[in-house]
Design a protein around this ligand. Structure first.
Ligand SMILES: Cc1cc2nc3c(=O)[nH]c(=O)nc-3n(C[C@H](O)[C@H](O)[C@H](O)COP(=O)(O)OP(=O)(O)OC[C@H]3O[C@@H](n4cnc5c(N)ncnc54)[C@H](O)[C@@H]3O)c2cc1C
Length: 492
């Protein structure tokens, strides 16, 4: 069993033979085998969680429509002004329920987070977000035009009158402006120009927007107060969203960090730019974390500690320690190498679905590029041993970038598997997961050459988002069913 370079310039040294550059502070080694009592209790993830959570979301939306019908929404459609207002009210109600769903989607409720995973949740969050925003604009336009029908005030006059004289309307306008800001900064082109921290801070204004809309719904929203059922439903939904955020984004992380009392154990330089940090703590065998998952990390090493960074586990949790491996790309990751043993650590999580519990097949393919290999490296420890049970496809620009290569080779040797290094820089114009030196080799064809039975395996993918898109498309064309593909993007 050995690593193979399938494409790229002269193969160079195999990962197993990478020269020791002499920069490792503590020699890299494979942690002791993870005790079965820790791996054993992490069974498959119930698939029905997905169906139940999706059905619950749709039920909420349908219930809101039913409340609107029950409050006479349909009868009002006859008159021009009333008809517009009634449809406008429905749009407002749907905008409200979708905004609250948005909050629930991102509240890190364990069942929701585990059923869908961050990638999928972020995609749904984006679609629901733009839909609720459009409905909110439709609500404002339709209700104002509807109110203005049959008056002399005109649309602008009615708008000004409503904002100034209807209870809670000035606050609702402020909430709408906050949401406009969130949406504008979430448009991809604008988002790319913002630092992650600035974008994230602005994004939190969505909570403000949802909160500021509440008073106008309470004071003037007919459908909000049309019946005891409606009132209880809306209060209940607002309360559930608030409680979920406070519980899962604040209380649970603080409790977990305190309970496990995490501290840095040691730091390992894996290469000039990649660092592993090993963290230990109390009762770590009780932390419900699986190989392949990620956590949000805060190292209390000085100013700037408040900014959390997501890092995946690069070794399976063994009940005594957790390990991450990070590439230095900016302020936060550059600081990791200087962490001192004993530095306190706060975590949020674990999050993510890139773990053994989502497997649908006996055998797997792990496809990672660059530092995206980290969760796959830890996942490798959780996969069952079987002849040719796992193929690791490791895409790197040069073999020197192949961090953790020794561990990958040792683990695949132990479990029955192989590592295939796909080496070389990307094509300047062609969008492909392969290096430029692969020429015109088709993406799916390349996958099939490396793993001929890929369609009968689970495929785990992690790396740069644009590269991942090409791998996912290739896997699809190679016949891998959608539910056998599992991925995590290292991007927000
Ligand atoms: C689910 C997930 C798992 C990850 N796992 C790993 C890992 O195991 N190893 C690894 O090296 N990297 C991982 N990353 C990427 C890592 O989080 C970023 O490289 C790191 O946060 C950059 O912070 P910085 O201060 O060093 O750089 P900055 O200069 O602040 O940012 C550099 C880039 O990182 C992105 N980034 C910054 N902060 C965040 C954040 N809080 N969330 C998401 N993206 C951010 C920005 O888009 C920016 O392009 C992961 C990212 C995600 C989303």
């Amino acid at each position: 069993m050995s690593a193979t370079a399938v494409a790229g310039p002269p193969p160079g040294p195999e990962p197993a033979d990478l020269p020791d550059a002499g920069y490792a502070a503590v020699p890299t080694r494979i942690p002791d085998r993870v005790p079965d009592r820790i791996l054993g209790r992490r069974g498959p993830l119930p698939r029905w969680w997905r169906d139940v959570t999706a059905a619950a979301a749709w039920a909420l939306v349908l219930f809101v429509v039913a409340l609107w019908v029950a409050a006479g929404g349909l009868q009002l459609l006859d008159g021009a002004g009333d008809g517009l207002t009634s449809v406008g009210r429905l749009a407002g109600l749907l905008a409200s329920v979708l905004i609250l769903l948005q909050v629930l989607l991102m509240a890190r409720i364990p069942v929701v987070e585990q059923a869908w995973g961050q990638d999928e949740l972020a995609r749904v969050h984006r679609i629901v977000g733009f839909t609720s925003f459009s409905l909110m604009l439709g609500h404002i336009a339709l209700v104002i035009v509807g109110y203005s029908v049959g008056t002399d005030a005109g649309v602008i006059g009615t708008f000004v009158d409503e904002v100034l004289h209807s209870p809670g309307m000035l606050l609702a306008l402020a909430g709408a402006i906050a949401l406009v800001m969130v949406v504008v900064t979430s448009v991809r082109r604008a988002r790319r120009r913002l630092r992650y921290e600035s974008w994230h801070l602005l994004h939190l204004y969505a909570y403000l927007g949802a909160g500021l809309a509440l008073p106008h719904q309470l004071w003037t929203g007919q459908d909000f107060r049309s019946s005891a059922v409606a009132t209880v439903f809306w209060w209940g939904l607002y309360a559930a969203a608030l409680v979920a955020v406070l519980a899962y984004r604040v209380a649970v992380p603080l409790w977990r960090s305190r309970r496990h009392a995490l501290t840095v154990s040691h730091v390992v330089a894996e290469s000039p730019t990649v660092t592993s940090v090993v963290v230990t703590g109390r009762d770590l065998h009780r932390m419900p974390v699986r190989a392949g998952q990620f956590l949000q990390w805060r190292f209390l090493d000085g100013p700037g500690w408040t900014r959390a960074h997501p890092y995946s586990l690069s070794a399976a949790p063994d009940g005594r320690s957790l390990r991450i491996t990070a590439a230095a790309v900016g302020d936060g990751s550059n600081r990791l190498r200087a962490l001192r043993p004993g530095t306190r650590v706060l975590v949020e999580g674990p999050y993510g679905r890139l773990h053994g519990g989502v497997r649908t097949r006996q055998r797997s393919v792990l496809i990672g590029s660059g530092i995206g290999i980290t969760p796959l490296r830890s996942l490798l420890e959780e996969l069952p041993a079987a002849p040719d049970g796992v193929v690791v496809v490791y895409r790197v620009g040069t073999l020197d970038e192949a961090v953790l290569a020794d561990e990958l080779l040792a683990l695949t040797a132990e479990r029955g598997g192989r590592v295939v290094a796909v080496v070389g820089h990307r094509h300047p114009s062609r969008s492909s997961w392969l290096p430029a030196s692969a020429g015109d080799l088709d993406d799916a064809e390349a996958l099939l050459r490396i793993v001929p039975d890929i369609a009968e395996r689970d495929v785990f993918v992690c790396g740069h988002p644009a590269w991942m898109d090409t791998v996912l498309a290739a896997a699809h064309r190679a016949g891998v069913p959608r539910d056998a593909v599992h991925h995590e993007r290292f991007a927000y």
